[in-house]
Design a binder for this molecule. Structure first.
Ligand SMILES: Nc1nc2c(ncn2[C@@H]2O[C@H](COP(=O)(O)OP(=O)(O)OP(=O)(O)O)[C@@H](O)[C@H]2O)c(=O)[nH]1
Ligand SMILES: [Zn+2]
Length: 361
């Protein structure tokens, strides 16, 4: 498989060449196409092989976000025979989709790297939740890729088109597709977002039909799927690994486990991009730093009072902004802590070196 098929291009080529010029190892480029916990599968121009992260990369990484994830372009040292390759470096990313790790205050969990499109999948069965779509959009915007909302299981809804129109109000400027992986309706519209060399990822809770959609796009039942629980339409977490598929049309799509919690994480401000309607209104507030609380001349609250902006949407914006601010403070605290830890380990190594020298003399 040519690297171009996997999305390789001049920027990665440059990064890889400069890496080669600084290394004495003989390295080859490849893309991480499968991830099951720490186990990575990498596709190079000629081989598909398991790769282990080199100890030096593990130890030097300032945090989990610097370690390889699915979709990453990496530099590998190939094994002599059939063994595992050694993964020495992650090439600079064009962007990365991440969330706050479930149950953690400050740790990030990478979902996928080097994406062109993030498909936010929401089911048209019993699990439709507008607040969740806004939250997922904020994460998607932070990844640097373009979000597309995908309403799945359109065959289960008597009026999918009008629901799609409602979602367009939640996601100004973001395309909204309704489709059914069962009937095939709308599936080709999604495929059009993934021309050759482009990479998309499916983000959605367990049971929304991500794997069924991938199977439909592949034209074969490659992934296991399972019926949702009848009592609440929730999924059963059938998929436990992440995988990048090259579709017959040429594009690539990453499927992974369903995710219920989508905590904001990262430096970027996807929240502002998620609510362009509110930002536009805020430009009309009397005070430029208006918090839209009790200030006089607040155009945002006026819009809510006039029924032009749903109060629930403003509340959602404020909740996500608070979470973002809190997260940013935690992030700063933890990077200071990481710096101190690195400082300490450097000193420790220096001290040990001088001690062994003393011992030798
Ligand atoms: N009616 C209908 N059911 C669908 C459609 N797509 C998927 N399903 C059903 O929804 C259930 C869950 O589908 P999966 O594809 O396993 O869902 P998933 O999002 O991959 O779930 P996890 O792997 O657990 O994250 C299965 O019973 C599918 O057959 C659809 O378009 N219409
Ligand atoms: Zn205001």
């Amino acid at each position: 498989m040519s690297l171009e098929t996997l999305g390789w291009g001049p920027a990665f080529e440059d990064a890889f060449s400069s890496l080669l010029s600084q290394s004495t190892l003989s390295l080859v480029p490849g893309r991480v196409v499968r991830q099951q916990r720490g186990l990575l599968t990498v596709q190079t121009a000629t081989r598909t092989l398991l790769a282990r992260t080199a100890g030096r990369l593990l130890h030097q990484a300032p945090g989990a976000e610097s370690l390889p994830t699915i979709g990453d372009w990496v530099a590998l040292q190939l094994p002599d025979g059939d063994g595992e390759a050694l993964l020495h470096a992650v090439l600079p990313r064009r962007g990365v989709l991440a969330r706050r790790e479930a149950g953690s205050e400050r740790d990030g969990q990478l979902i996928a790297a080097n994406l062109d499109v993030v498909f936010l999948a929401a089911g048209l069965d019993g699990n439709f939740n507008p607040r969740r779509i806004e939250r997922a959009l904020a994460l998607a915007w932070s990844s640097g890729a373009s979000p597309v909302v995908v309403l799945t299981k359109a065959d289960l809804h008597p009026d999918a088109a009008s629901l799609a129109a409602e979602v367009e109000d939640l996601a100004p400027g973001v395309p909204v597709l309704a489709l059914s992986a069962w009937t095939g309706e709308g599936v080709e519209v999604l495929r059009a977002w993934l021309p050759a060399g482009k990479t998309g990822v499916l983000l959605g809770s367990s049971g929304v039909g991500k794997s069924t959609l991938v199977n439909r796009l592949l034209g074969e039942a490659r992934l296991a799927t399972q019926a949702v629980r009848a009592e609440d339409d929730k999924g059963r977490h059938t998929t436990t690994h992440r995988e990048l598929f090259v579709l017959p049309g040429g594009g690539m799509l990453i499927d992974g486990p369903g995710m219920r919690e989508l905590g904001l994480w990262g430096e970027d401000d996807g929240v502002e991009q998620t609510f362009p309607d509110i930002l536009e209104l805020a430009a009309g507030c009397r005070f430029t730093d208006c918090q839209h609380q009790r200030e006089p001349g607040c155009a945002v609250r006026d819009a809510v009072a006039a029924g032009a902006l749903p109060g629930s949407r403003l509340a959602s914006y404020e909740r996500l902004r608070r979470e973002r601010a809190y997260q940013a403070r935690q992030g700063n605290a933890s990077s200071e802590r990481d710096n101190r830890r690195h400082e300490r380990s450097r000193t420790l190594m220096g001290w040990e070196a001088s001690r062994s020298k003393r011992r030798r003399s």
